[in-house]
Every structure is written in C-alpha cells, then in structure tokens.
Design a binder for this molecule. Structure first.
Ligand code: CO8
Length: 303
C-alpha cells in the first residue's frame, strides 16, 4: 500500500513537473535551486521563496512577483511545484503563505494571461489555476494564510484554500472575490470554496456584487479568522501553526479530507469541461472588451 501511495505521489509530482517544463516553453525560464543552512532549507526560486525551518517543520512560502504578486502561468507553476515538494518532504509539517511585496498579498490571476492571448495559452493558464487549487484545497498538511496586504479574486481564493486565515488589521487592505466587477464570472469551484467558508447568503451577496471586504468586515463574515497588527501577521501564523501541530495529525488530516473531498472531486470530474468553458468564455469579444476596460481603469487610477 505504502509503495502504491509513493508511486502515485511520484506520478503526481512528475505531472506538475511536466507542467513546469510546458511553462518554460512559453519563453520565460527561471531557476529553481535549494540551499540548506543547518536546520533551514531555503528555496531561491524566482517568484516564490520557500524557507523550511527543520527545527519546527514549518515552511514559509513568500510570494515575490512584483509589482502586485499577480498569478501568472509561471508563478502558478512554480507555486504548485514548491507546494508539492513540501508535501513530499517528511520534514515539513505545515505551510504558511504570505507575501514578500509591501501592501499586497496577491492581486489574483494575472489578467495579462487572459487578455489578448491565444485560446491555447488560455487553456494552459486555466489548467495551472485548476492544478494550484486542487493541490492547495486538497493539501494534506496544515496551511495558514498570513494575509499582509490586499487580496482580490485569485488572491482571496488562495487564502480561502488554507486551513486558517490571519489578516493584517489595516483599513487599506481588502479581500474578496470581485470577479463580477471585471465583467467575468467566478467559476463553480471558486464559488464552492467561498460557500464552504462563509455560507450561502453571504456567498450570494458577495459574488453578485463582487464585494471586496475591508479587514474588519472580512472578520465579521468569517472570510478571515483573525486580525492582528501587520508586523505580527507572520509571527502569529507561526504560533497558530504550532497549536494546530499539537492536534493528532492523522485524525486532523482525515477530518480535513472529509470536509473538502466532495468539493475537490466535483472539479476533478469536470476538469476538461471547465477548461473548455473558460476558454470559450474568456476569448469572447465582449469579455475581452470588459477586461480591456478594467485594465485601462487600473492604469487611469494611477494617472
Ligand atoms: N493582473 C495583471 N496586472 C495587474 C493585476 C492583475 N491581476 N493587478 C494589477 N496589475 C498591474 C496594474 O495594471 C499596474 O500595471 P502598470 O504598472 O503597468 O500600470 C501594476 O500592476 C500595479 O498596479 P496598481 O498601480 O493598481 O497597484 P496598487 O498598489 O495601487 O494596487 C491592487 C494594487 C489593489 C492589487 C490593484 O492593482 C488591483 O486592485 N488590481 C486588480 C486586482 C483584480 O481585480 N484582480 C482580479 C484578477 S481575476 C482573478 O483573479 C480571477 C479570475 C477568474 C476568471 C474566471 C473566468 C471564467
């Protein structure tokens, strides 16, 4: 049984690695390397920095994709590879996601991967988004989001996939699935992830209006679990992970799977159809026009 599981894990891993080489073929190569310092392992990959502390088994993954940590195909691929490596690494017991960029956790999916690109690119991009979600939402180890900045759309989704969310108590930062505001529709598995966290009525309001919640509102509706001063977000996440690690791991893991597996299975059963839907939706002239207008509004805000 153990051999079968190990083989399955290796196969999954090689699946993600093939995605990695596919992404490199898009012409944006990057280097992944690991350096061990005593009891710490540092991964110096370009867009996601990983620091695994072997003394407590806690890995911190820091998004470092300036200016806004948008989730491009390269970023998503690198993220999924690192997450998978940590899942296979016996010395890792839990993962904290946070940002190395000031004021921004993540601006969500990279709009430039969806705007003016070919249907083939859109398909590969969407598969990478699905793979990130499948890996993170179904992750066996403990995950905590240390949300140290703005977290719209895909950024919110990534945080929602974690087991616990700690956000910086700062009125400048907001979080939510705002897709409707871009003229696009959050897919069913984005909706399910929110629904499983905040319930039906709040999800209905949230998705129809594309609401971005300020930190205090996010705490009130249960979108995040805790607010702390910005300087304490990471240290609180490490402390909290310690508390979670005190729970018998096997029972926790099975409980997590029991809660999440039906949601994960729904996408697994519809993966190809979901990619087709996405490609035909996002390449529509009207949707491209909405995205173009949204991008222009972002730039205008700056001017
Ligand atoms: N993708 C690509 N580029 C982006 C993104 C993004 N998501 N967000 C910002 N940028 C760009 C800006 O256009 C700007 O570019 P430039 O320097 O060339 O003008 C640069 O990043 C910096 O942005 P700002 O000046 O706006 O930076 P601020 O620090 O003032 O604000 C924010 C940061 C709050 C993150 C702000 O940029 C923002 O609100 N961004 C938009 C976030 C957003 O709406 N994301 C949604 C992405 S869609 C998604 O995640 C799910 C899609 C599901 C698809 C389903 C279809 C079926």
């Amino acid at each position: 049984m153990a051999t079968v599981l190990r083989r399955a894990a290796r196969l999954e891993f090689s699946g993600v690695l093939s995605l990695f080489s596919a992404s490199c073929r898009h012409g944006r190569p990057y280097a992944l390397s690991h350096v061990a310092f005593n009891d710490r392992h540092l991964s110096t990959s370009s867009k996601v920095k990983v620091d695994l502390d072997n003394s407590n088994g806690i890995a911190v993954m820091k998004f470092d994709n300036p200016p806004v940590n948008s989730m491009s195909l390269d970023f998503l691929t690198e993220f999924s590879i690192n997450l998978e490596k940590l899942e296979l690494d016996k010395s890792c017991r839990g993962v904290i996601l946070t940002s190395a960029q000031p004021r921004i956790f993540s601006a969500g999916l990279d709009i430039m991967d969806m705007y003016g690109t070919s249907p083939e690119h859109c398909g590969a991009f969407w598969k990478a988004v699905q793979d990130m979600w499948l890996k993170l939402y179904g992750y066996s180890k403990i995950t905590i989001a240390a949300i140290n900045g703005a977290s719209p759309a895909g950024g919110c989704l990534m945080a929602l996939c974690c087991d616990y969310r700690i956000m910086a108590d700062d009125p400048r930062y907001s979080i939510g699935l705002n897709e409707t505001q871009l003229g696009i529709v959050a897919p069913f598995w984005f909706k399910d992830t929110l629904l499983n966290t905040v319930g039906h009525r709040t999800t209905e309001l949230s998705l129809q209006m594309g609401i971005m919640y300020h930190a205090h509102e996010a705490l009130k509706i249960g979108l995040v679990d805790q607010l702390v001063p910005e300087g304490k977000v990471l240290s609180t996440a490490v402390e909290t992970l310690g508390t979670w690690l005190a729970v018998p791991g096997h029972a926790r893991e099975i409980s997590k799977s029991m809660m999440r597996k039906p949601t994960v299975d729904k996408l697994l059963a519809n993966k190809e159809a979901d990619i087709k839907n996405f490609v035909s939706f996002i390449t529509k002239d009207s949707i491209q026009k909405s995205l173009g207008m949204y991008l222009a509004a972002l730039k205008k805000k700056k001017a």
